[in-house]
Design a protein around this ligand. Sequence first.
Ligand code: AMP
Ligand code: MG
Length: 391
Amino acid sequence: MIPFEQAFEMVMSRARLLESETVPLRAAAGRILVQDVFCDIDMPPFDKSAMDGYACRRADLPGPLQVIETIQAGTSPMKHVSAGECAKIMTGAMIPQGADCVIMVEYVQLDEDGRIRFNAKDTATNICSKGEDIHSGDLVLPKGILLKPQDIAVLATAGCATPHVARRPRVGVIATGDELVEPQETPGPSKIRTSNSYQLCAQMEAAGAAVVYYGIVADTEDALDAVLKKAMTENDVILLSGGVSMGDFDLVPGVMVKNGLEILFDSIAIKPGKPTTFAVGPDVYCFGLPGNPVSTFVQCEILVKPFLYALMGHSYRPPCFRLPLSETFRRKHADREAWIPVGITEDGSVQLHDYHGSAHINALCGAAGFIVIPTGATIIEKGTPVSVRPI
Ligand code: AMP
Ligand code: MG
């Protein structure tokens, strides 16, 4: 049994960067950028109006001012604004020469002679200056980031219409267990529906993988061997659920070895997920995850997901909030680090949830995140600040 940090290091140090590909902007969200992106223009590219109103000289306020032209967004001003003059201007339009502020249309009244007058006390400049956000040549997005919708806007602005991103890792998901049936079936006596299959597929897809589901495999060496062989030729990463514990029919590690995979560890000092197994081959990584659904979820989240991102060149740093515990936490056995699902109350304290252990299928549905109880700790007093890792 090795500490989780050691297992994590062993896994992460094995990650070899996948190739890259280009994608259209519409397909880039959620992908990992593998190029530095520089902007080829100033933003804004010209001094522009932040308001609908009148571009004028501050010294001339409150007027009256003669309106000399109307400037629409997308058209250039034709005239210079001189003393006693203004140009009607729309948001996003170029500021005419001579003007040093824009008065908002809401604070303007029309005189009988057609001139306008500013009727508020004071005004902001209401001009966005050329290059105030981005200068031409600036690095706007560094390689290695996970592209979020707001980054897509920056790519578009920088003219990066087909960004280079990491290829999606191919991930094969295999559920093992003679007791399992697919969700559309009604389980017979002693059977249950496979939930891990779909949980793992969803977790991996959310992290950017291209997932193939190989279905349920019986607990026999031959059945496992056949599916693993096939999956090894088709994937970068294979996730097996179940079959890695101490039972007579936990055959996964043996079949991994038979297929030439080297097992780097088969037990982590963590709860849930102790029998988590990691094996590598020349072209494939293979995780044997424990069958209980909370174990599978947690190990996929804290071990597999960062690894998947590392394959794509992204350093995954999950957010972490430090909040006080709303009640005292107690446990009897402290030989392993424990990950406990929690909620967060409206006043910002950490609430322990009803949690029956790693088989508690719906324990995570209402949870906001996990707290980590260190090895050796049996009690954490109410009010102690704890770190919450959101789910
Ligand atoms: P195992 O790791 O194979 O010993 O399985 C541990 C527990 O997890 C058993 O109660 C299994 O029935 C359950 N289990 C195994 N695979 C799945 C699965 N795909 N979906 C839901 N529960 C599972
Ligand atoms: Mg099993």
